[in-house]
Design a protein around this ligand. Structure first.
Ligand code: OAA
Ligand code: MG
Length: 539
């Protein structure tokens, strides 16, 4: 706790508040004796009290709100609770519950969190950013709220996503919370429901586009660079039209990445590597068909292609093994409605409007759903995949659960237990034909916190595509044979902190080898990272 901070303000500072765990000596020293009941709790007792409070609530949204209030009151306790049982708490502070929390953010708004930068403040972004109390910021997750999960344009209500992602940087990979900063850029919203809602909290105008938007982003990037020169900027849940050009513009200039494009790509690649351990096949033998042709789909396709190049294919041969399908059908060379970023995956093929026909013709070994449209992997689709493949790879990656292309139960049932399955949002285990299947969560949460920890430990100047391939391999390597036997192709969530620290160490080693680090290489990278990792304890 800081020297000047005494008394009442200390009890209202979430970074330093200990609530009922302040010792009697601390209470006397800080002038807060009498402001708390007499008992002095251990952190364990405080955690048990929160568990008890959560048990009285029956909706996940209520639990989310309780945890969010706790985060604004006592951060140590918040992280101690989340880290006490990540498999239980991740679905509450992250997908799927965070999706519902974002949709209703303006109705349930309590304490402010993070920084809001409206386009009406252009020219003054540095000033607004400087109001954030912490000065050493290493990770920023920023959104403009236009494509929140698969839920679409939620305007400033999207702030739940940067907040949730950064909580996981800490809970899942040990990045100290005071080094993180969630930001929402408010350029308006095209969501009429919000524009008509008197409780909506953002600018009441349609989204700004074009040169004015680009200039706003540029001013924002410059302000971040000026105030936080060691920070890594993570773009999150921007619409394709902005996500792709922003990443292109900045990826070779600053330490930055797009989680939806690159983080999702890496977790998909990890899932493919894991699946190949089950099927015994080679990456270069696979054919991928994507449902959805946005930046997540092309991002995965590109990273898979780059990984195939490492195994001997040319980039053209590799991309030729990745096909995309969207609302207008298969991406093929007669289509005239395609964007530049989709063209590398647009191949010679007859026009095809039916996904099942595309499966019959292309004979993919894997289908990956990034469409945000639920139920597109229907019985016919899964049956077709199961006819063509001994072990079809079925990845419905859209989030939250309500947008998933199919459920785990459907995939196992319709494939007669043959599917190698992973989904973007979590599904519970499935009993089918006397066998228990544990579906993996193919979510970028296996990647972005680890990437953050690696960047922190190395002060890397860049985040490169190759770093995501290293991350994917590191995640897949850790999956045990026992997990694979139950169908689980990712490390179990109960051990996600340990898994992320291992992944971070692998990425960090690569960063040092590539000369991208701004700190000297420690003798033992693993120990260095574990030593830096945040532990939820009162200092
Ligand atoms: O947040 C998640 O669960 C994964 C993700 O980035 C998205 O769906 O946009
Ligand atoms: Mg996202």
């Amino acid at each position: 706790m800081s020297a000047q901070e005494t008394g009442f303000t200390l009890l209202h500072d979430p970074l330093n508040n200990r609530g009922s765990a302040f010792t009697l000596a601390q209470r006397q020293q800080q002038g807060i004796e009498g402001l708390l009941p007499q008992a002095v709790d251990s952190l364990e007792t405080q955690v048990a009290r929160i568990h008890l409070q959560l048990d009285t609530l029956d909706s996940d949204l209520q639990k989310y709100l309780l945890l969010s209030d706790l985060q604004s009151r006592n951060q140590t306790l918040f992280f101690a609770v989340i880290m006490s049982d990540p498999a239980t708490f991740m679905p509450l502070v992250y997908t799927p519950t965070v999706g519902e929390a974002c949709q209703k953010f303006d109705h349930f708004y309590r304490a402010p969190r993070g920084v809001y930068l409206p386009i009406t403040a252009k020219g003054r972004l540095k000033e607004l950013l400087s109001h954030w109390p912490q000065k050493d910021i290493r990770f920023i997750v920023v959104t403009d709220g236009e494509r929140i999960l698969g839920l679409g344009d939620l305007g400033v209500n999207g702030m739940g996503i940067p907040v949730g992602k950064l909580s996981l940087y800490t809970a899942v990979a040990g990045v100290p919370p005071e080094l993180t900063l969630p930001i929402t850029l408010d350029v308006g919203t095209n969501n009429q429901q919000y524009l008509d809602d008197p409780l909506y909290l953002g600018l009441r105008q349609h989204r700004v586009r074009g040169a004015e938007y680009d200039a706003f982003i540029e001013e924002f990037v410059q302000a971040v660079q000026a105030l936080y020169p060691k920070s890594c900027l993570q773009w999150e849940d921007f619409a394709n039209i902005n996500a792709v050009p922003i990443l292109e513009r900045y990826k070779d200039k600053i330490c930055t990445y797009n989680d939806d494009i690159q983080g999702t790509a890496a977790v998909a690649l990890a899932g493919i590597y894991g699946s190949l351990r089950i099927s015994g096949q080679k990456l270069t033998e696979q054919r991928f068909l994507f449902m959805g042709a946005g930046s997540a789909g092309t991002g995965i396709a590109e990273l898979i292609s780059e990984a195939m190049v490492l195994e001997g294919l040319s980039i053209e041969e590799a991309r030729a093994r990745c096909y995309l399908f969207d609302v207008n059908g298969l991406l093929e060379s007669t289509r005239t409605d395609l964007a530049d970023f989709q063209k590398p995956f647009t191949h010679q093929h007859a026009p095809c409007k039916s996904f099942v026909d595309a499966i019959e013709s292309i004979k993919p070994t894997a289908i990956i759903g990034v469409s945000t449209v639920p139920k597109l992997f229907n019985q016919q689709v899964i049956e077709a995949m199961s006819r063509i493949n001994e072990r079809p790879i079925i990845f419905p990656y859209s989030n939250p659960t309500s947008r998933s292309e199919c459920t785990a139960e459907e995939a196992y049932r319709w494939s007669n237990g043959k599917a190698i399955f992973a989904s973007g949002s979590p599904f519970p285990p499935v009993d089918f034909n006397g066998q228990k299947f544990v579906p993996g969560q193919g979510n970028n949460v296996y990647i972005f916190p680890a990437m953050g920890m690696a960047v922190l430990a190395t002060e890397s100047t860049r985040v490169t595509q190759a770093m995501f391939i290293v991350a994917a391999k590191a995640v897949a390597e850790q999956v045990t044979q026992a997990s694979l036997d139950s169908g689980l192709i990712y490390p179990p969530q109960s051990q996600i902190l340990d898994a992320s620290l291992r992944t971070a160490a692998k990425i960090a080693a690569y960063i040092f080898d590539q000369g991208l680090a701004r700190v000297a290489k420690p003798a033992d990278i693993d120990a260095h990272i574990r030593g830096m990792a945040y532990k939820p304890m009162y200092a």
